[in-house]
Design a protein around this ligand. Structure first.
Ligand code: NAP
Length: 358
């Protein structure tokens, strides 16, 4: 068992970590931390009135005293590594994560602060497990033996990038995507965000840039201890907030250099599996990609929990009159898109020897 700390444990993503790690076979929540306003309270008191998960607060975590996430030394004494889901200004998050890494506490982060640091892997474990190879170069730069940072990409890309990845051999050149994103992605519930009812908001700050650029790092290559982003495909994204609790849906059109036949597309999705599936990691969904023949799906309410929220559901494949093919894809934004994807990343890093007990 590795001892885990959760930074930002009281927030939407932090709560999801706490829920997912209850009964995890490899990881045990040993410490939780948040802002100074929660520090010193029991975890149950700190999340009272804002626990947003469907199950109860895990008993083993409810009684832990919340620490101050900026007290790196106190956390470092208690844990083997941390998951980070604090909501702080970018520069402060970057500094905090680096302080943990330099204190020899590996960080698996949901935050965007280090996504473009060239020797920090940004991982979707089924797609770019080999990017963990840059960790040695990062440790060298930081002067650490075990400390390092690894990050998750933005939740918005987790539905369509897994669907396009098995199609790379057909040479996708242009991708147009519109995402329909749940309110938990903004740390909100219908109680805290009543204005979203009977409404959509066609703006999510910074989301379109992330949606267009982060896939290129995911599909990038490792060269001399750094990840060099891929030159293409070119991606155009529009990101819209919709009145859905959990689950980001993406409507996608793709043009290819060598447009596949429909059965080649379906076959590529059906046959795809990544290292998490091959290694049988505890949180790996099997299969990772589901295709639904029901033309009214995927729907967030019906499909977000596929594979315990770790799978991606694809549907509505049809020819596109402007591009070659179009389809719809869905993933659970706080499971696969955030905490669950980070837990799977940590499982992969443990399996590959990057995370170990002290
Ligand atoms: P949230 O619900 O607002 O939670 C924020 C957390 O950060 C809380 O635990 C809060 O502690 C803590 N925090 C705030 N200021 C802090 C400080 N100065 N020092 C230490 N801790 C501090 O936000 P969220 O939705 O969980 O998102 C957390 C991060 O994950 C954000 O960077 C977000 O962009 C990213 N993310 C979110 C999603 C998603 O689907 N929600 C997906 C991917 C990535 P208190 O409770 O004590 O204030």
């Amino acid at each position: 068992m590795l001892k885990v700390g959760v930074l930002g444990a009281t927030g939407m993503v932090g709560q999801r970590f706490v829920a997912l790690l209850e009964n995890h076979p490899w990881f045990r929540v040993a410490a939780v931390a948040a802002s100074p306003s929660s520090a010193g309270k029991s975890y149950a008191d700190a999340v009272a009135g804002r626990w947003a998960m469907t199950g109860p607060i895990p008993a083993a975590t409810a009684g832990l005293v919340v620490g101050d996430a900026s007290d790196v030394a106190a956390m470092a004494d208690q844990v083997d590594f941390v998951f980070c889901a604090v909501d702080m200004p970018k520069a402060a998050t970057a500094a905090l994560e680096e302080a943990y890494a330099r204190a020899e506490v590996p960080v698996v982060s949901n935050n965007s602060a280090h996504r473009w640091t060239p020797d920090v892997p940004m991982m979707i474990p089924e797609i770019n497990a080999e990017h963990a190879g840059v960790i040695e170069a990062q440790r060298k730069r930081l002067g650490t033996e075990r400390g390092f940072i690894t990050v998750k990409p933005n939740c918005s890309i987790q539905s369509y990038v897994p669907a396009i990845h098995p199609l790379l051999s057909f040479g996708p050149t242009k991708i147009l995507v519109c995402t329909y994103q749940a309110i938990s992605g903004a740390g909100k519930t219908f109680t805290t965000y009543p204005e979203i009812l009977d409404n959509v908001v066609p703006y999510i700050g910074g989301e379109e840039e992330k949606s267009e650029n982060e896939p290129l790092k995911i599909w990038g290559s490792v060269v001399d201890g750094e990840i060099i982003k891929a030159a293409g495909p070119i991606i155009g994204a529009q990101c819209v907030r919709v009145p859905v609790s959990d689950g980001h849906l993406a409507a996608v059109s793709v043009a290819f250099e060598r447009p596949p036949a429909e059965d080649e597309l379906r076959g590529a999705w059906k046959e795809f599996s990544g290292r998490p599936q091959q290694l049988g990691l505890p949180s790996a969904p099997e299969p990772f990609l589901h295709y639904t023949e029901d033309e009214t799906r995927p729907q967030p309410a019906l499909d977000r929990d596929a594979g315990n929220g770790q799978a991606v559901t694809i549907g509505r494949l049809r020819a596109d009159p402007i591009f070659d093919w179009r389809f719809v894809a869905l993933s659970h934004n706080t499971v696969r898109g955030a905490a669950g994807g980070a837990v799977l990343t940590a499982e992969l890093l443990t399996s590959d020897g990057y995370l170990q007990a002290r």
